[in-house]
Design a protein around this ligand. Structure first.
Ligand SMILES: Cc1cc2nc3c(=O)[nH]c(=O)nc-3n(C[C@H](O)[C@H](O)[C@H](O)COP(=O)(O)OP(=O)(O)OC[C@H]3O[C@@H](n4cnc5c(N)ncnc54)[C@H](O)[C@@H]3O)c2cc1C
Length: 293
């Protein structure tokens, strides 16, 4: 396994921004993953794993470390009895396909989450009243010290959060599901997808929700809409005219444009509602939000 250098991460994120990774590798087995982690440790390089890049804003300067994208065995999904057994790099869409064919329900909520199993563990992805924590049995986390199975409690899964840190790779996960007729699963998915289509931008380059919902009667989206931010544009990035908690890459956006929009949104939410919004999107590389002052 020899990592490549200079791979542009803009190609691996759904928003389509971000500079290069100093090193990039696609491990396909547990052994290759361990070798990659060892390679980085020998060079004292930071390690970050990328899934489908659907919750990720990468600095325009890139990431000065090793980026891993899991493939091969580490991106496969299969059903074993009433369990879904999936690699950390398995796409949610593939998992849903497998469990639907096996007549297992409980994973339908993930139909609108365009990520991977590992990305879902990292941020306890969820929608429509369910999340990873509700169905996850255990996850195999690999770091420089080797592999270790972790329960949801050990992973510290709470609302859009886990205690995982870069350098810890979710290589596999096992989920408990329940029997449900395939037709019922299809109907559930169609209903959830219709809800999603009615409320959020589709066919746009975004990274999903920008901010976590605050402890307030208004959701982040409604709050930013009330601040008049729909359609607001900085550089090539624009607050979605459809849903104010989404930022779209309208035209050649850079990550700094998205950061500037996020800062403006936070500034207005604090001024008008006294709320300090916290970002849901993950940052990679030298990126941070300016303090609100
Ligand atoms: C249109 C749209 C709609 C969305 N709707 C939802 C929604 O309803 N609910 C929701 O929760 N999210 C939603 N998202 C956000 C996103 O899809 C989820 O957060 C998803 O779980 C991210 O998975 P990913 O594989 O793309 O992770 P990435 O974006 O690639 O990475 C996210 C974080 O996870 C880490 N990571 C990824 N894979 C691994 C791994 N194997 N091991 C360790 N760390 C890893 C990364 O380092 C990074 O810190 C949406 C995004 C879009 C674009």
């Amino acid at each position: 396994m020899t990592p490549e250098s200079g791979v542009p991460l803009s190609r691996l994120t759904t928003i389509g921004t971000g500079g290069p990774a100093r090193a990039f590798a696609r491990p396909e087995t547990l052994q290759e993953l361990e070798q990659a982690l060892e390679w980085a440790a020998e060079r004292e390089l930071s390690v970050a794993t990328i899934g489908l890049g659907s919750n990720l804003l990468v600095a325009d300067e890139g990431f000065d470390g090793l980026v891993l994208k899991l493939g091969g065995q580490l991106a496969e999904a299969r059903v074993d009895g009433e369990r879904l057994v999936a690699g950390g790099g398995a796409a949610n869409a593939v998992c849903l396909h497998r469990v639907r064919a096996a007549g297992l329900g409980g994973f339908e909520f993930a139909c609108a989450i365009p990520g991977t199993v590992g990305g879902g563990v990292w941020m306890n992805a969820g929608a429509y009243g369910s999340d990873w924590a509700a169905i996850l049995d255990r996850a195999l986390v690999v770091d420089a010290d080797g592999p270790r199975w972790c329960s949801p409690g050990e992973l510290g899964l709470t609302y859009r959060h886990s205690e995982l840190r870069h350098g810890q790779v979710v290589a596999r996960a096992e989920f408990s599901l329940s029997p449900l007729p395939e037709e019922q699963i299809k109907a559930n998915v169609a209903r959830l997808q219709a809800l999603r289509k009615a409320a959020q931008p589709t066919n746009k380059r975004t990274f999903g929700s920008v901010f976590k919902n605050p402890d307030h009667e208004l959701s982040a989206g409604r709050m930013l809409e009330a601040c008049g931010l729909k359609g607001h544009r900085i550089g090539g990035a624009q607050v979605s005219p459809r849903h104010a908690n989404f930022i779209e890459n309208a035209d050649g956006a850079r990550s700094v444009d998205a950061i500037a929009l996020m800062h403006e949104a936070r500034r207005r939410a604090r001024e008008e509602f006294g709320v300090e919004l916290r970002h849901e999107v993950e940052f990679l590389g030298p990126l941070d939000l300016p303090p609100l002052g």
